[in-house]
Ligand binder design. Structure first.
Ligand SMILES: Cc1ncc(COP(=O)(O)O)c(C=O)c1O
Length: 468
């Protein structure tokens, strides 16, 4: 018998403390990332469990989750109904791999998605992530349009994922780096219908446009009212297929199941992921207008050209997603997202009036909210300016990193900032958020901002130096 190598068990892994975890992370995962974890104070926190709105660390400290895994924990952590469905699935030894046989769970999930989605968005394609959904949507659109009309329009400051096709329409020189990308693509400003029409007019080879309905990574950018209606009108006029990327803003987050519903329009293809998995499984989906899907892959010759990865539509993942969709309606979570989101926005508007020198803008829809700080890099006294200048470029003019770290350290609240705009704090808490949670977050911001920019930066610098 081959001798067993020195493998860690799950129980041994569970017992690893922060220092041991950091050591293994640097040795076996991504040593360069430690620097950023330290800037935010994450290197000292090891989470033991999570329930509802809270993480609980090894010391028993409860951390209020207003980050929500970039919007992927819509139902809170370990929602009891979602756990129950998964337990039942396991207890009954139900089948997992759907590739050989038809899966009753996969078809039920796609039927549910079709029932929720408006118009003829009736065909579902299941996969394992948002990026994979974006790849699949781009391919469906390309196939349906034909090779001559395969050029893709995407938006400035877009984020659609990091796999190669998705990366090609993700507007970040940082993420795109020196990778080889799709070449048939055109970038337009987000929210600018005239620019979109101009692009369509100038280049008849454009057949696809992909847009986040609300841009997340860009800093929670809600397009002007009427923009999506214009997108629909222009796509119809120029025979272009519109992919609405709702990976972050979908599944009820904005107070509608899909954010595009605010303008009563129907895209040609919709991508979703994140919260679809109930915070427990990796699952994504494309929902396509039936005629478009059938045009791409509707015959026996084309049906198998594209398919999910091996683990797409796994039984337990589908059951988790089915239960998540049921929970969202049974518990009124979409309405709650609208209500709590409106309350949070109002409260942060008040803070903006109270701290006009610090808060530049407050924006968002439902529980997808951005708090933008002003750039303070030029207003710090010389001593502090020097300390800050030793930090990472991304944090120099950004109060978010400092506020984020102090919220975690002093108030046990977790928030995130946005990929491209480091001056924007992103609040994407679970949709089960109650007013008391919102009040706790607003009160923490109020207390922190009352210290002023200099106070916050000085305190951050102190905590950083003391490794506190
Ligand atoms: C709008 C949007 N599209 C696509 C993706 C990629 O999703 P995933 O990380 O699941 O691949 C993300 C991830 O943050 C996203 O926000």
């Amino acid at each position: 018998m081959i001798p067993k190598p020195d493998l860690l068990t799950v129980e041994e892994a569970k017992k690893l403390n922060a220092a041991e975890t950091v050591e293994l992370f640097c040795e076996y995962m991504n040593p360069g990332q430690l620097h950023f974890l330290k800037l935010l104070g994450f290197h000292k926190v090891i989470i033991e469990s999570a329930e509802g709105m809270f993480y609980v660390d090894k010391s028993g400290r409860k951390i209020l989750d207003f980050f929500g895994g970039f919007g992927s924990v819509g139902f809170g952590h370990n929602h009891p109904r979602i756990l129950e469905v998964r337990k039942k699935f396991q207890d009954e030894k139900r089948h997992e791999i759907a590739l050989a046989f038809l899966s009753q769970y996969a078809v039920a999930l796609c039927k549910n998605l079709a029932t929720i989605a408006p118009g003829d968005l009736k065909i579902g394609f299941l996969c394992c992530s948002g990026s994979e959904a974006v790849e699949a949507a781009l391919k469906i659109a390309e196939k349906a349009q034909g090779a001559e009309r395969a050029k893709i329009v995407y938006a400035e400051n877009s984020f659609h994922g990091k796999t190669r096709g998705a990366l090609s329409v993700t507007d970040s020189t940082f993420y795109q780096s020196t990778f080889q990308l799709l070449d048939k693509r055109v970038r337009v400003p987000f929210g600018d219908a005239a620019a979109l029409e101009n692009a369509f007019k100038q280049d008849p080879s454009i057949g696809v446009v992909i847009l986040e309905t609300i841009q997340g990574g860009a800093g929670i950018i809600v397009p002007p009212q009427g923009y999506l209606r214009e997108v629909r009108r222009l796509c119809d006029q120029y025979n272009v297929l519109w992919i609405a990327d709702e990976v972050q803003c979908g599944i009820g987050r904005t107070g509608k199941f899909f954010a595009f519903e605010y303008e009563e329009v129907i895209p040609d293809l919709v991508t979703i992921a994140k919260s679809l998995g109930g915070g427990k499984v990796a699952i994504g989906a494309v929902i396509a207008r039936k005629p478009i899907y059938l045009k791409a892959y509707g015959t026996t010759k084309t049906a198998l050209i594209h398919g999910p990865a091996t683990f797409g539509a796994m039984g337990e993942a589908c059951c988790t997603a089915i239960e998540s969709l049921n929970v969202i309606y049974d518990e009124g979570l979409i309405d709650n997202a609208a209500q709590q989101g409106a309350y949070l926005l109002k409260k942060f508007e008040e803070l903006k009036i109270k701290y006009p020198q610090i808060i530049k803008d407050v924006r968002g829809k439902g529980l997808m909210i951005g708090i933008e700080f002003g750039d303070f890099s030029q207003t710090l006294p010389p001593g502090l300016r020097e300390i800050v200048s030793t930090l990472d470029d991304k944090l120099k003019g950004s109060l978010c990193g400092f506020v984020g770290r102090l919220l975690l350290k002093d108030f046990n609240i977790l928030v995130a900032f946005t990929e491209y705009n480091r001056n924007v704090i992103r609040l994407e808490p679970p949709l089960i958020t109650r007013q008391e949670h919102c009040d706790a977050v607003v009160a923490a911001f109020d207390t922190l901002l009352a210290r002023g920019v200099v106070g916050i930066v000085a305190e951050y610098a102190q905590a950083f130096v003391k490794n506190d």
